[in-house]
Design a protein around this ligand. Structure first.
Ligand code: 3HC
Length: 312
């Protein structure tokens, strides 16, 4: 088949809703786009453990500590799952991690903000995992088989992350006036970075065309952002919290909200490495990777010894 015929056959498979599997022919830019997106998704999961890890020793009860530990362990698992999905496209995990450690690869901008109070741990579960859930449920429909299947498993755990975060916020809102104010303060600081998680407007989204044509994404950044806002505003109002957007307007006939201007300058400034915590996050990841070198070497040596024994 000529390159053109292969491309036609590929597009036919995409349009018919067939999943593309690792051994199938695929355009080089499809492969590259997916390695970029899946590896940055994996980096986000791993870096996302850091803001929450900051509160393990300060969780207000043993139950809260157990739930937080379980959530952080889940995020590690999501990251490893997604690195494996990226490896099915021929990516090398060492290279992907090198790209994270040298700042060449991105991770979700939201993890460059500090967790100042316990309410932030609630806001992360409620808003960040809530936004991630909206995005990841849509990614179940992605055309790349291994990524789509990874999303099924991850979304189940994401639902638990989102509910436990909202429970923390609800408890604070039912507490003292100071606790309720702490929840409102966390919402004020995490709301706009959470809606930026869906990426820039579609007109400014570099990968929009290709990602939609080849169904890497089933829905656009804008439509997922809108879904998240429509779902989350009523949850805030149910707890007596105020969304920090004076231009938020509800349209009962369409059950949807219009919202104020997003500060894309801040967004691009943060993803260029100038957020409040970018340097600390990358430094912490690099240190963890360097400290774990002996574990990787021991595991590789053990695996080599085992394979020699089974070959003998
Ligand atoms: N943070 C950092 N960079 C972002 C970003 C964000 N929130 N949104 C977009 N960008 C970057 C893109 O990576 C791209 O840069 P690149 O070409 O160097 O990669 C550039 O901004 C232009 O954006 P696009 O819209 O063109 O990029 P995408 O088509 O990749 O769309 C996305 C962005 C919607 C985040 C998409 O990549 C996606 O759906 N990724 C999979 C889901 C994911 O990564 N989620 C991250 C959060 S995971 C999480 O929170 C886990 C939870 O359990 C804690």
């Amino acid at each position: 088949m000529t390159e053109e015929q292969r491309l036609e056959e590929f597009q036919r498979k995409i349009d018919s809703g067939e999943k593309i599997e690792p051994k199938d022919w695929m355009p080089e830019s499809y492969r590259k786009n997916l390695i970029r997106m899946i590896s940055q998704h994996a980096h986000s999961e791993i870096v996302g453990m850091l803001p929450e890890g900051n509160w393990i020793t300060r969780a207000p009860s043993l139950r809260r500590k157990l739930i937080l530990l379980a959530k952080i362990q889940d995020e590690a698992g999501h990251g490893l799952y997604l690195y494996s999905a990226a490896e099915t496209l021929g990516a090398s995990r060492e290279e992907l991690l090198e790209n994270l450690h040298t700042g060449k690869a991105k991770y979700s901008s939201i993890f460059n903000y500090p967790t100042l109070t316990w309410a932030d741990i609630g806001a992360i579960g409620w808003l960040v995992d809530g936004a991630a859930m909206v995005n990841q449920v849509s990614l179940i429909k992605t055309s790349y088989g291994p990524y789509s299947r990874a999303m099924v498993r991850i979304c189940k755990e994401e639902a638990f992350h989102n509910r436990q975060g909202y429970e923390i916020i609800a408890e604070l809102c039912n507490g003292t006036p100071e606790q309720k104010q702490m929840a409102q303060d966390a919402l004020d600081r995490w709301w706009w970075p959470a809606i930026q998680m869906f990426g820039p407007e579609d007109t400014k989204s570099t990968h929009f065309e290709e990602s939609m044509k080849w169904k890497i994404k089933a829905e656009s950044n804008e439509s997922l952002r809108q879904k998240f806002i429509n779902m989350t505003v009523p949850q805030a109002e149910a707890r007596g919290l105020k969304i920090p957007d004076p231009n938020l307007v509800f349209y009962p006939e369409t059950k949807t909200y219009t919202y104020g201007e997003v500060d894309w300058n801040e967004f691009f400034n943060v993803i260029q490495g100038n957020g409040p915590m970018n340097k600390q996050r990358v430094r912490a990841r690099k240190k963890a990777h360097d400290d774990g070198k002996w574990v990787r070497e021991a595991a590789t040596a053990y695996a080599k010894k085992k394979s020699k024994q089974s070959a003998a």
